[in-house]
Design a protein around this ligand. Structure first.
Ligand code: HMG
Length: 388
């Protein structure tokens, strides 16, 4: 039986800031952001979007009634969840009208959460091939205004439907993974912004990639030649290339060219969204599949997942017959086209907006947000959502 990714959806908030404007406002040469980091635009979540609504918007576009009835496990990967106890999965389960006979849980390991969810989903589908698993990868990346991490913020969500006989990507059983307790990036429960040792985090991302890639080669006997493309977790789009270039010289010239070209294509959406933490790898996969016409059925795609703290994994999948018919290319393009560029001053104002934490009531103006599903307000410490 084949198990893998049947559908992929993506949602980013409708506001963004141009990285050239941000660089100018911070007195930095724009080339540092656009070339040095490889970021052109950064998604800015209005107060009416939180990780729950972002995820619900991403999933809403891909699920039909049959999917909703078959889903009996909802896994929400996030590191910016809205509650320490109640899982964001339960909110999304309700917002989407899923079958009540389901398990709903939240999963956390920095940007690795969704990959853990996918591996768990594979086991579940192996036992229950008639069911489907919905994985939500949703985050708001916040480092703070005027911090070195500011240029690597972002917001958005990816929804991944895992099933037997998948229409997009069969996930292969071989994968290699590695855990080591390091402090490269973390966010204590009392802080709304992340702490990071930037340079060290870059080094560890690469070191973990080298470890899991070496293990993968040893376990499978495969080499770079076996891959049509490799998608990476992208905290900023230069990062995956920094890792890939450390191993690419082992491959023949034509393979190097193919992987380099496909890497660039896999960064297209991320360049205009920024880091969405646990969804970033899967946004890169979507970018690759929706923008590279040369990919064919049977091609093998590698995936490198990295979550600070840290866990790394290299996994792979095979493109399925007719996969192109099941992509959401047009609707994702429309979403990008309809976004609004805001000034740095407007972004700073949005960034500083916060919900009350003393139990008082705040109703939000959801009419200003074109999203179908919005955070509508908070009262008595309870969030409410609007489905338009
Ligand atoms: P920084 O100190 O602002 O930047 O930190 P820099 O001085 O290292 O410069 C960045 C690049 O721009 C350099 O290129 C410069 O040469 C270049 P590199 O040498 O690295 O190839 N540059 C220029 N290029 C063209 N024209 C110019 C110019 N000026 C400089 N004029 C850093 C950058 C990413 C460290 C910072 O933004 C940060 O701390 N970000 C957050 C941490 C992060 O994203 N780490 C990535 C790996 S860890 C990870 O992926 C996990 C994560 O997603 C969290 C999770 O798992 O949940 C973060």
């Amino acid at each position: 039986m084949k198990i893998g990714i049947d559908k992929l959806g993506f949602y980013a908030p409708h506001l963004y800031v141009d990285m050239n404007d941000l660089a100018e406002a911070r007195g930095i040469d724009p080339g540092k952001f656009t070339i040095g980091l490889g970021q052109d635009e950064m998604a800015v979540p209005p107060i009416t979007q939180d990780p729950v609504s972002l995820a619900a918007n991403a999933a809403e576009q891909i699920l039909d009634r049959e999917d909703k009835d078959a889903i009996d496990l909802v896994i929400f990967g996030t590191e910016s969840g809205v509650d320490h106890s109640k899982s964001a999965a339960v909110y999304v389960h309700q917002l989407l009208g899923l079958n009540p006979k389901a398990r709903s849980v939240e999963m956390k390991q920095a940007c690795y959460g969704a990959t853990a969810g996918i591996q768990m989903a594979k086991g579940h589908i192996a036992l229950h091939p008639d069911k489907k698993v919905l994985i939500l990868a949703s985050d708001i990346a916040r480092y703070g205004l005027n911090t070195p991490g500011e240029s690597t913020q972002g917001a958005g969500a990816v929804a991944i439907l895992v099933s037997a006989e998948p229409r997009l990507l069969e996930l292969e059983s071989e994968s290699t993974y590695y855990t080591e307790d390091i402090m490269d990036f973390w966010r204590p429960v009392y802080s709304s912004t992340a702490f990071v040792d930037g340079k060290y985090s870059n080094e560890q991302y690469i070191a973990f990639f080298q470890k899991v890639w070496k293990d993968y080669q040893e376990q499978t006997g495969r080499s770079l030649e076996d891959f049509a493309a490799i998608a990476f977790h992208l905290p900023y789009t230069k990062m995956g290339w920094k890792a890939l270039r450390t191993v690419i010289e082992d491959a023949p010239e034509a393979v190097q060219e193919r992987l380099k070209n496909n890497y660039q294509i896999s960064t297209k959406y991320n360049r205009n969204v920024g880091n969405i933490y646990t969804g970033s790898l899967y946004l890169s996969l979507i970018s690759l599949l929706e923008n590279q016409d040369d990919l064919k059925e049977g091609d093998t795609i590698g995936l490198y997942s990295y979550g600070s703290g840290a866990v790394g994994e290299f996994l792979s999948g095979k493109l399925q017959n007719g996969f192109k018919k099941h992509l959401q290319t047009a609707s994702h393009q429309a979403m990008f086209d309809n976004r609004e560029c805001i000034s740095v001053a407007a972004y700073e104002k949005v960034f500083e907006e916060a919900l009350p934490t003393d139990g008082s009531e705040k109703q939000l103006n959801v009419d200003e947000d074109p999203a179908k599903i919005c955070l509508a307000g908070v009262k008595d410490h309870i969030r409410s959502y609007a489905v338009k």
